[in-house]
Design a protein around this ligand. Structure first.
Ligand code: 2DE
Ligand code: MG
Ligand code: MG
Ligand code: MG
Length: 324
């Protein structure tokens, strides 16, 4: 499975999106393009803006609005990453030192704010109030998800449902919005808008479930971020929820010491991974991800067969295959 099919189908549009991104990161305040381009040109997959372009194509959209909306989606995503690495105190992003390690937390937050502002200007230029509503609601929902996560942090009593609410907000909502605006600007029937939103929402949930597996089961070199960040921060992700629920008293005491009290020794990450293996917590998280991936594919069923539909199905498979 790969994203190559999608990359090929949106290549011409994506060139225009990249040119837009480059011009809209410009500022006379030189630190802004420096910080923004450090992240934007660091080899991200551009998955979210590609989804906007893909859904616009699937909806037979003939205008220009999808280019600025795709650029706006990538700016929103970049803003969330700049802020996320501050909130998570992460040192690595896409295999490089994070912006906060190079320019500091203040610059990271503020350049994120600049990009968010630029994103909204582009949405206004497109002139679809409905698209503006969808993407601005997504910005608020993403922040809500992060605040929910903050409230659940270090709490080993967090349930699977609470965890799902967090990842719907912090990750899946942007995927959903990125997909929904395509048929919206093409004035397609509501059923198609809902279907595209559902593709994005379910793919986004699957994507974050896989991300949370990789934080324990991945390799730093391949991930471009440090394995074990979530554990060290006391973040309660689904692999933890499952291992905790399935654990005995001694094991639960271990999770409480490490995640709630933050008392983490050198061997503890390996011990945590051992407990997850014992209780099949990573496998079962991947099973959940596959379920959401299947729902994303099902939501595509509304559309007739096309190269784009096939390419999107491959994107779902690609996101799931990242986990092993
Ligand atoms: C990824 O989670 C979630 C990212 C959302 C971050 C949003 C913030 C609010 P992860 P990784 C901080 C800012 C909102 C805006 C600008 C609208 O697991 O593993 O931490 O890649 O991601 O660090
Ligand atoms: Mg993070
Ligand atoms: Mg985070
Ligand atoms: Mg993560």
């Amino acid at each position: 499975a790969s994203i190559d099919g999608l990359v090929g189908l949106v290549a011409a549009d994506m060139e225009r999106v990249n040119a837009t991104i480059l011009s809209r990161t410009g500022s006379e305040v030189t630190m802004i393009p420096e910080v923004a381009n450090h992240l934007i040109s660091s080899g991200g997959k551009r998955l979210r803006p590609m989804l906007t372009l893909a859904m616009a194509q699937l909806a037979d959209y003939t205008g220009d609005g999808h280019i600025k909306l795709a650029a706006a989606v990538e700016f929103m995503h970049t803003a969330t990453l700049l802020h996320d690495d501050v909130v998570d105190e992460s040192e690595l992003r896409r295999g490089k030192l994070s912006a906060r390690m190079l320019w500091g937390n203040e610059a990271s937050v503020l350049v994120g704010d600049f990009l968010l502002g630029q994103a909204f200007r582009m949405m206004v230029e497109v002139g679809s109030l409905r698209a503006l509503d969808i993407l601005s609601a997504a910005a608020a929902t993403i922040a809500e998800g992060e605040v929910m996560q903050l409230a659940a942090a270090k709490n080993t009593a967090t349930t699977e449902d609470e965890y799902l609410a967090v990842i719907r907000g912090k990750t899946a909502e942007l995927f959903a919005a990125a997909c929904e605006v395509g048929p919206v600007i093409a004035n397609r029937p509501k059923a198609e808008q809902t279907a595209c939103r559902s593709v994005g929402m379910n793919l986004g949930i699957a994507f974050q479930l896989v991300d949370d597996v990789l934080d324990y089961g991945g390799k730093s070199a391949k991930l471009g971020k440090n394995v074990g960040d979530d554990f060290r921060e006391g973040k309660i992700t689904l692999p933890v929820v499952l291992a905790f629920r399935r654990g005995n008293d001694t094991e639960r005491q271990f999770w409480i010491r490490a995640l709630e009290r933050g008392e983490i020794g050198a061997a503890d990450l390996d011990h945590a991974i051992g407990l997850m293996t014992k209780h099949r917590a990573l496998e079962d998280t991947i099973s959940r991800a596959q379920h959401y991936g299947a729902m994303a594919v099902d939501a595509l069923a509304l559309f007739p067969s096309s190269p784009m539909k096939t390419a999107l199905e491959q994107v779902v498979a690609f996101c799931l295959a990242r986990s092993h």
